[in-house]
Design a protein around this ligand. Sequence first.
Ligand code: HEC
Ligand code: HEC
Length: 422
Amino acid sequence: MSVACVALAAGCAGADAEPSPDGEASDIHDEDMRSNGLDGLVIVSDDPSDNPLPQLDDDWQSRFDRGDVAFEAVFRPGQGLGPVYIRHSCGSCHADDARGPGAARKMVHIEDDGMTPASDQSMFPFGHTVRPQSIDPEQIAGIDVPEPFDGLLVTSRLGPPVFGRGAMEAILDSEIERLEREQADRDDGISGRINRVSFASEANTETEFHSHQPGDEGLIGRFGLKARIATVDEFAADAYQGDMGITSPMRPDELPNPGGLEDDELPGLDIDLETVNLAADYVRLLRIPTRGEVDEAGEALFESVQCGVCHASQLKTDPDYPIDAWAGKRVDVYTDMLLHSMGRDLADAMVDGDAHGDEWRTAPLMGMRHLRSYMHDGRAATVREAILAHASEGSEANASVDAFLDLDDDEQEQLVGFVESL
Ligand code: HEC
Ligand code: HEC
């Protein structure tokens, strides 16, 4: 839903303006707006980041619309929120289905090298994720960062964009395996690998998208910044449980918490499977944002300095994927879906599935035009800063960044312009 349109309904051309679920109307991207001459009144651009795929049939359109409501719904304690949680709606960390403003913070005890997890992690009895909110702060503490100590590393992950993730689910396993093989033969340091993961939920009894069973192994991890989960529905169930404390048939248990509570104010399961599947289908049905005019010279430079090895376009999807618009296509996701060692400066020392502390899944560059902060924690304010942030000791992208810096100023600008047009 176009949260940004809200308080500004007068200017919301063609938008189905609806109040922001938690008053985050101020999270508007300046550059997306133009003044209409009325003091303080601004209009969002006509190019939203939260559109469904075009020409959906009535059934999928209805799932998208109902999923949209689920994605924006704000949960209260009586509806199963908590006992501890980070934020109370999907949309609060994925506003307009793009990045942030909400984030998940991680805490870990590291060795002197700054990126290897230490053997003793006993100071985090409830895990590495900060969940500072509690449904009853007087009675139960949230999960917060401990008093500072030597070796404590606290990092954050802004909610990444969720548009185009149907395309990422639809990509053929064989395509991702091909890229992994091709990169293994390179001699410039770029060598991504698949995060092979297990299915860590109860089975989804709606088997249209997959029929994975609890404990199934060797799946290609696709979702999460370290590609720790294989399917969109499992990610949705994980987000409900881990970010919001909401249990579902796929994730029936409340997470361990300082209050030792095994349930919240709503006894038993908090939502049904249909709600998980609606939120997942909403994500699957979000289209890749419409691109600006493609600057072919900028694109050629992007390829020439090897950005496109990791940020791969034109990946083939499964002809049998249940959503026709994604089936049997070539999709411009601009990611190889592989994990890469990105060096010491980006490392967060978190191990996700098989991913190491300095590994990240190549960020998909589709929809870049809608982002205003870059990299997992938003540390870069411009695309140029994002490119420079790829370089540090041990990064597979060091040679690519050097090659970028060897371009003359005009060429660098052209390359950046291409990325900004996506
Ligand atoms: C507290 C903030 C927060 C909330 C609330 C939240 N998310 Fe996220 N979301 C994140 C972060 C952070 C990540 C990256 C997680 C990781 O690296 O594993 C993420 C990742 C995702 C992804 C994977 C995107 C990718 O590129 O792989 C999907 C899909 C997603 N969230 C959907 C949801 C849904 C559906 C909900 C509501 C049920 C939700 N999120 C609630 C913060 C949040
Ligand atoms: C070795 C693989 C690799 C190469 C080569 C590479 N990237 Fe990346 N890129 C990544 C990974 C992994 C991330 C995510 C890192 C993070 O979030 O901390 C990323 C993130 C980005 C982002 C931020 C995206 C976002 O969602 O915030 C941009 C922009 C980007 N890369 C552009 C480029 C450009 C331009 C080049 C060529 C100069 C390039 N990359 C080369 C792997 C690579």
